[in-house]
Design a binder for this molecule. Structure first.
Ligand code: ATP
Ligand code: MG
Length: 147
């Protein structure tokens, strides 16, 4: 269905800010002259929550998480950028495999299923999910959809 990404994403950002227990600051910004997109709201919300949950879990206190939506002609881009532990470059290829957990996660708990679910939901929406990361610097996940 058609909806405006701005209030939708802003509400998610507020919900997730409550979940951080003030450990990080979540900053949401929208770019684009319109916010109207045609996508499955539930699938999209689930993907964004997964990515922001990871950003919260894998970054330290007093860091910032940047959450951006960009709407160009018939295209939506969602970026979630953190300044966290990053992902070792040798392990980037396995990121979306079920039960994958990178070796630098230490004692941070997790099942390794979140990103596999994101990949499948993004696939259902005919979108793409890409990641850029540098260990000990941070990670950016990008979702891209045509509608
Ligand atoms: P859960 O199933 O609870 O989400 P998880 O967070 O371990 O567990 P995924 O979300 O699938 O599983 O992420 C897989 C792995 O990718 C993580 O264990 C972590 O090693 C790495 N990872 C994902 N997102 C980030 C991030 N933002 N920063 C650093 N590492 C990340
Ligand atoms: Mg996760």
């Amino acid at each position: 269905q058609w909806f405006d990404i701005f209030p939708f994403a802003e509400e998610i950002a507020e919900e997730m800010q409550l979940m951080t227990k003030q450990k990080q600051l979540i900053v949401y910004e929208h770019k684009g002259t319109t916010g109207q997109v045609f996508l499955d709201q539930n699938l999209l919300k689930n993907c964004i929550i997964n990515l922001i949950s990871n950003a919260i879990k894998y970054s330290g206190e007093d860091t910032m998480i940047q959450f951006n939506s960009i709407v160009n002609e018939h295209e939506l881009i969602i970026d979630v950028k953190d300044n966290g532990i990053g992902i070792p470059s040798t392990e980037m290829n396995n990121l979306f495999e079920p039960f994958f957990r990178a070796h630098n996660t230490g004692d941070i708990p997790g099942t390794g299923l979140g990103l596999n679910i994101v990949k499948r939901y993004v696939g259902l929406m005919n979108g793409t999910c890409t990641c850029e990361s540098e260990q000990n610097i941070g990670t950016t996940f990008r979702l891209q959809f045509k509608f």
